[in-house]
Structures are given as structure tokens and as C-alpha cells.
Write a protein that binds this ligand. Structure first.
Ligand SMILES: *Cc1c(COP(=O)(O)O)cnc(C)c1O
Length: 463
């Protein structure tokens, strides 16, 4: 064994303590440090070490060269994109995931895949889904959407009497994927799946909304009679967290033949709040569902779940026949269900946080974040420097400068507010705008006040 490696092995508990101290210090500093550090050129890259200097020296080099350049995205005022943190239990689960270093994807291994199945059962319950749905863990909502649409592709084949998994996507002929305001990852998934970005057929949304117009969807489906289609419903758009009427869409199946995939990446968490659960009514009728976990469940990156009612088709797409792997059977090994073969025991962080805080603990996080979004919306509405562009339906505030909201001025505003609060740019109804998304378990009303003050001060300085 390499001498440095042997020395690290001899003092492993001590090194884990030192790592724990570094992690605790980073988390303790979250509140006081800039949310995003000012733009600085990356440090020069030293040559690859011929002889390493051990874990302790690596910790010191990371602390000096890289840690200060990372954002405080685990903290309470990082409101960009839709970004969760990591609850204490989720963090503990993630550490142990690495310590156990499992590749639990088949029955040949230990109980890891059973732990994943248990976690999926809890998640199904959390989102009020029926036992008709099975689920698998993937790395994020993009991969969950891709997996769901891969199953949809195989379903189209089933309707047309071909198998894209065997014969290729071309066997389907032209495919139509209809959606009102799909997330960008849907087009990416269609590109990856060989269906093509051009397969996406935009369907008009309701006036002043990002929710699809069910009557327009009805007409668009009628445009190609006799051809099965795919509908992507959106349960929580990123700009204004608008929800398609899932029940109205599902009802269209009486007259049209389509696979219903619902992108509920973070919107699914509305189901945890009794006052907002109606937004996800009908979710269970979907044939496949995408839910992100590294957003509002507050587990570390990278984690999402993919639910489907057609695990048989899922296995047809993703089966990995090899001499050393078992047959598919009724309950296929995980290796046969997702794009990856090897994967980490990703479910453990979710298992920890669900075990530690339960439905109630996670309901409290979701409702607090919603209340924070409401408060920021009210502050910005009352602030003459800002215009709020859409009602705050759930956990996102979509707003812009009242005076001359050019992209350049919004960038200047974001940079000036950057040490205190991080928000991300968008365009809404043709207007350059900003989004503040609340999904971190640490965020409180005190953070909302700091964010509103920082945005106000930055806008005032901008003039
Ligand atoms: C975030 C998001 C995605 C993509 O999620 P990743 O985890 O970044 O892959 C897809 N759809 C919606 C609605 C999202 O909010």
C-alpha cells in the first residue's frame, strides 16, 4: 500500500473528525458569508501531484483554494433556480451513503435495493399516490423526465405494434408530444430519446397563465386522429408555479389516446400542504410522474424519483441482460429500470429525512417556504422600485424593476444584492424578470426581510 494511503488508513477516525469539523464550520458560516462570492478568476491549476500529501493536506488545500469560491446554496437566502438544502438527517444519510459505498442494483447484493423500495413506498404515500405506481431513484428531475418519456416512447410502440427499445425510435414514425409550458428539460429529454426536440407541440395556455388550456389541448389532440400521442402536464412551472388542471387533462383520455407524463419536479410538494393540495389533485392518474428530491425534500444533490404505472414497459426499455444478472421476474432488479447500471445508494438520504421528520416535519418546511414567498411578494408589491409580475401561487416570486427592466439593469441589481440574496433571471410574458424561489428548510421570515431590504437597497442605488 502507498505510504500516504497507509498512514491515512491508520488514522481514519481522526481524519473523519477533521472532515466533520470542516463541514460544521462551513455550515456555521452559511448565514454570515456572501450568498454568492464575487466573480473571481479560478486559481491557477497546479500540476497533478506525483506523490500525494494525504487527506489532511487535501482538506487544507480545499479550504484555502476552493471552499471560499463556492456559493452558500445550502443556506437560507439562496433563492435562485429551485434549490433545496440538506436537512441534518439527510446530510447524515448522505455521509453514510458514501461510507457504505453500495452499488445496490440487484438481488445478488445486500439489502440496498430493498431500502430504496421502502423509501419509494414512503414517497408515494407523501404525494398521495396509489399503489399502482412504482418508483425508482434517479439523479434529478431531468433524468426523471427522460426516464418517464422513455417509457412513454415504449408505450407508443405498444399502441403501434412496434418496440422502439428493439427497433429504434424511427420505428414510431412522427411523434407528437403536447404541452402548455414545459420545462426546458423536456426538450432535452426528447433530444436524448431520439424523438427530437421538434416533436414538442406547444399548446396554448389559459389567458395570463402558464397552465395549459384544456380546450386547446383537446383540439390539438383531435388534429391527429388515430395517432397515439404523449401529453406532458406541468404541475408547477418554474416562473409562476402554475399548475395544469390534471383532472381535466386526464378526462381527455376518454376521447383521445395518449400517455400522460406529469412534471411535478417541485410542485408535487403542494400535496403536503392541506391548503394547496388541490393543485396536485389528479396527479395519481398520470402514467408517469417526475418529482425532484434535491429541491423541496431537502436532500443533497443529486436525487429525484420517477414514478410510473407501467413498470413492465420501463423494464423493456432499461433491461440490462448479462450473464451475471438475474432474470427480470415480477419485481425487476433496479439495474433493469433506469439509465444507469451502477448507482450509489441514493435513497438513503431521503430515507433518513423521512424517518427523522416524517410527513409533519416536511409539511412544516413546505408551508414555511410558501409563507416566506408570500411575504416577499407582499414586500415587493409595496416597494415602488419593483413590480410583481404574477400572483404568488406557491413558493416563487416572479418580479422585475418598475423602471426600465432591461437585462443589463437586472444583472446589475442581482450582482449588487448578491452578498445577501441570490435570485435568477428569467423572461415572463416578454418582460425581462427575476425569480426568487423558496425551497430551503432553513429559510425564515427574518431571511425574507434581509432579502427584501437587500433588493430595495440595490434598486435604489441603481436609480
Ligand atoms: C428543476 C426542474 C427540472 C429539472 O430538474 P434537475 O433536477 O435540474 O434535473 C425539471 N422540471 C421542473 C419543473 C423543474 O423545476
Amino acid at each position: 500500500m502507498d505510504r500516504t494511503l497507509a498512514a491515512d488508513l491508520a488514522r481514519l477516525p481522526e481524519l473523519l473528525d477533521a472532515t466533520r469539523d470542516a463541514a460544521a464550520a462551513a455550515l456555521a458560516a452559511l448565514d454570515a458569508r456572501p450568498v454568492v462570492p464575487g466573480a473571481a478568476a479560478p486559481p491557477p491549476t497546479p500540476p497533478l501531484p506525483e506523490h500525494g500529501s494525504g487527506t489532511e493536506a487535501a482538506l487544507a488545500a480545499f479550504a484555502e483554494r476552493w471552499a471560499p469560491r463556492l456559493s452558500a446554496s445550502a443556506g437560507p437566502r439562496y433563492l435562485g433556480f429551485v434549490t433545496g438544502g440538506a436537512t441534518p438527517a439527510a446530510l447524515a444519510g448522505d455521509w453514510l451513503t458514501a461510507a457504505h459505498d453500495q452499488n445496490s442494483n440487484s438481488a445478488l447484493d445486500g439489502g440496498g435495493q430493498d431500502l430504496e423500495r421502502e423509501t419509494v413506498t414512503w414517497l408515494r404515500d407523501l404525494f398521495h399516490l396509489s399503489a399502482a405506481h412504482t418508483g425508482t431513484f434517479v439523479s434529478g428531475a431531468t433524468m426523471s423526465n427522460t426516464t418517464g418519456l422513455a417509457i412513454a416512447r415504449e408505450w407508443l410502440g405498444e399502441r403501434l405494434g412496434v418496440s422502439p427499445a428493439e427497433d429504434g425510435a424511427a420505428a414510431l414514425g412522427p411523434v407528437r408530444v403536447l404541452s402548455g409550458a414545459p420545462h426546458s428539460s423536456i426538450a432535452k429529454a426528447l433530444s436524448v430519446l431520439g424523438l427530437g426536440r421538434a416533436a414538442l407541440v406547444p399548446v396554448p395556455t389559459l389567458p395570463g397563465r402558464e397552465a395549459v388550456d384544456p380546450a386547446a389541448l383537446d383540439r390539438a389532440l383531435a388534429d391527429a386522429p388515430g395517432r397515439p400521442a404523449v401529453v406532458v402536464a406541468n404541475a408547477g412551472t418554474v416562473n409562476t408555479v402554475d399548475f395544469d388542471d390534471l383532472r381535466a387533462i386526464a378526462a381527455l383520455r376518454e376521447r383521445h389516446d395518449f400517455w400522460l407524463h406529469t412534471d411535478a419536479a417541485f410542485g408535487a410538494f403542494a400535496a403536503l400542504s392541506p391548503a394547496h393540495a388541490h393543485l396536485t389533485a389528479g396527479l395519481d392518474a398520470s402514467d408517469s410522474i417526475c418529482v425532484d428530491l434535491h429541491k423541496w425534500l431537502n436532500v443533497p444533490y443529486d436525487s429525484a424519483v420517477q414514478f410510473t404505472r407501467r413498470r413492465d414497459l420501463q423494464a423493456r426499455v432499461f433491461q440490462n441482460a448479462a450473464a451475471y444478472l438475474g432474470p427480470l421476474g415480477d419485481d425487476p432488479d433496479l439495474v433493469h429500470l433506469t439509465p444507469e447500471n451502477s448507482h450509489r445508494l441514493r435513497a438513503l438520504a431521503a430515507w433518513f429525512t423521512l424517518h427523522a421528520y416524517g410527513r409533519e416535519g416536511h409539511r412544516e418546511i413546505v408551508e414555511r417556504d410558501i409563507a416566506c414567498a408570500r411575504s416577499l411578494g407582499e414586500s415587493l408589491t409595496a416597494d415602488p422600485y419593483f413590480t410583481v409580475l404574477a400572483p404568488v401561487r406557491l413558493n416563487v416570486v416572479c418580479f422585475t424593476l418598475a423602471d426600465t427592466p432591461t437585462p443589463a439593469r437586472l444583472t446589475a441589481l442581482r450582482e449588487a444584492a448578491g452578498p445577501e440574496v441570490f435570485v435568477t433571471p428569467t423572461t415572463y410574458g416578454g418582460t425581462p424578470a427575476l425569480r426568487a424561489a423558496f425551497s430551503n428548510w432553513r429559510t425564515t421570515q427574518a431571511d425574507v426581510r434581509r432579502a427584501a431590504q437587500a433588493l430595495h437597497t440595490a434598486a435604489k442605488e441603481l436609480g
